[in-house]
Design a protein. Sequence first.
Length: 161
Amino acid sequence: MEALIESGGETCRRERKRTVRRFGTGILFGSFLVLGWSALDPAPLPAQEVERSVLDGVFTEEQANRGESTFRTFCSSCHSNSEFASPGFRERTSGRRVGGFFEYIRFNMPEDSPASLSAGAYANVVAYILYLNGFPPGDEELPPRASELNDIVFSTLEDEP
């Protein structure tokens, strides 16, 4: 009987450790999402190094519409528009490179199948998020390459001349 109790106790301890590990992993991943790519993205660029801003019409309205469709299909089961269209989001992204945000979502989302969409689909989602934040569309689409997107920085609407 004692062996059975000890065996059962060991099973409980293992299950508890597994649950704690899963919970810890969930907290770690959730924290990473909350802090997001900004924790990995280098410090904001000094103003004199910035070539373009999200205020310069760096995406098209059609691209944002495609991004909305992709967002609804692949992102909305976990994320709401309000996560990305808020003063907090604009504050966290201000001065940071769009390329860093693009790379973060490209390699980490959707959570159940990271990096499963085309680079163009991820660029469309970024365009949609810019649109949600009131940044103006322009005549050129956001390119699906981080190297080019790193030349564009997030600004706040208050930065508008």
